[in-house]
Design a binder for this molecule. Structure first.
Ligand code: UDX
Length: 450
């Protein structure tokens, strides 16, 4: 099919590239001309493993192109995927102005029937508003619009694999025609008929995805309910970790045993600095806001949010219990991205931690394999190191804020001998307390005996 993708951020670029990869003819556009310029010149404005293969290949085969003027892309596709940002408003609700703007553009530019697909994460009942907006804005044309919801379950760092080998594909539609169109779009993924550009555990003989068709409202609710449950699991693990610390228990052992129960599952129970990123925090807020607006008590999720917000305080208390005074101290920070294998620092706990330490008078030297460029633009006071070793040199404590796998394999003797004080505060329980103690470090982490 001919498909347009509006918005080339973490979701839009992966969606456009993968739709081209599975055989569709895709035109991507964005109102940020710089992003399109980079893409047209063969660059990729974000770090997302696998895109460096998928995008050039699809472009060479003439199935993927980029347009600077979003209006141009409306005519290109029979289906239009809306992948614009829905950031949080001050009151916690989702800012849907970008969606409204795109709806107006589609309605005024479309000359033929369009299937308009909500890929961006939106509160339930947005589809109804979108349909109304298309009808009102397009009242002077006879063009027929259908709306569908197709929530994304992409995790940054594994998004290409998550798109091509999803556990489930959820579509919310208003009629059979839209259902058939969505089925045609995803058929290669459902039937696993494409040569896979990324090799992950599900490729090539993983299970086929579940194809789940429902109403638009249910599809929108599935997304918020899923992400908020993941956030709830993380906050639950952090709450139990704080108790484990008081009792001399080990949260790692506790969640490992819990996870052996398939009803619980072991993922998203890692204690530490908590969840960040452009999805979990804002989806949780938007879900609570939607519930409160609908008159339903969501205090359980408000507690999850409160627990998550306190993780930085707990980390700084741990640091102060070891160094007493923060002001004037030279501290090394390993990791700035909101999680490993991404350069994304939006709502990153590591960034909040650095802001907090700078406000308390520390001088920070930081390293992150991918996220330093983006961090430079918002934290000019931070000194950036070439590697972990330079970060640790002469530092009075080394703080682990993102669990990049390469931080597990460092030469810790070399680090110990270069530090002003061999002290590590591990915000992601990346290292082993016993090993670090044997190496002569003072070591603190979350929910584990010191
Ligand atoms: C999330 C959802 O996982 C994905 O399904 C949805 O489509 C988009 O939002 P993402 O935000 O990319 O994906 O990252 P994710 O892997 O979920 O991690 C989110 C945050 O939770 C990160 O800051 C991570 O460090 C933190 N986290 C994750 C924990 O603190 N503990 C855990 O056990 C897991």
């Amino acid at each position: 099919m001919k498909i347009s993708v509006i918005g080339t951020g973490y979701v839009g670029l992966v969606t456009g590239a993968c739709l081209a990869e599975i055989g569709h003819e895709v035109v991507c556009t964005d109102n940020d001309a710089e992003k399109i310029r980079i893409l047209e010149s063969g660059g990729i404005p974000i770090y997302e493993p696998g895109l460096e293969k998928v995008i050039p290949k699809a472009r060479k085969e003439g199935r993927l192109s980029f347009r600077a003027k979003p209006a141009d892309s409306v005519g290109a596709g029979d289906a239009i995927f809306i992948c614009v940002g829905t950031p949080p408003l001050p009151d916690g609700g989702a800012d849907l102005s970008a969606i409204d703007h795109v709806a107006r553009m589609i309605a005024t530019e479309a000359k033929s029937p369009k299937l308009v697909v909500e890929k961006s994460t939106v509160p339930a009942r947005t589809g109804e508003e979108l349909k109304r907006a298309l009808t009102v804005y397009g009242r002077n044309s006879q063009v027929k619009f259908r709306v569908a919801s197709n929530p994304e379950f992409l995790r940054e760092g594994t998004a290409v694999g998550d798109f091509l080998h999803p556990d489930r594909i959820v579509v919310g539609v208003e009629d059979e025609i839209a259902e058939r169109q969505m089925e045609e779009i995803y058929r290669p993924v459902i039937e696993k008929k494409f040569d896979c550009p990324v090799h992950d555990s599900k490729c090539p003989n993983g299970p086929s995805p579940t194809w789940l068709v429902t109403t638009i409202n249910s599809a929108e609710l599935i997304k918020h309910a899923s992400n908020s449950f993941l956030a709830l699991k993380i906050s639950y693990a952090n709450m139990v970790a704080d108790l484990a610390e008081k009792l001399g228990a080990d949260i790692g052992e506790v969640v490992r045993a819990m996870g052996l129960d398939p009803r619980i599952g072991s993922s998203f129970l890692s204690a530490g600095l908590g969840f960040g990123g452009f999805c979990l925090p804002k989806d949780l807020q938007a879900f609570v806001h939607l519930a409160e607006r609908s008159g339903v008590d969501f205090s359980m999720l408000k507690e999850a949010e409160k627990i998550n917000k306190k993780r930085i305080d707990h980390f700084v208390e741990k640091l102060k219990s070891m160094i007493w005074v923060v002001r004037g101290k030279r501290l090394g920070v390993l990791g700035l991205a909101f999680k490993p294998n991404t350069d994304d620092i939006r709502f990153a706990p590591a960034i909040d931690l650095v802001h907090r330490l700078i406000s308390e008078g520390a001088s920070i030297r930081a390293f992150d394999p991918e996220a330093m460029e983006k961090t430079k633009t918002i934290l000019p006071q931070v000194e950036f190191a070439k590697n972990a070793y330079e970060t640790a040199k002469d530092a009075e404590a080394l703080l682990i804020a993102t669990e990049w796998p390469e931080f597990r394999k460092l030469d810790w003797e070399k680090i110990r001998d270069s530090m002003a004080r061999p002290l590590i505060i591990d915000g992601r329980n990346l290292l082993s307390p016993a090993e670090m103690k044997n190496l002569g470090f003072e070591y603190r982490s979350f929910g584990r005996p010191d």
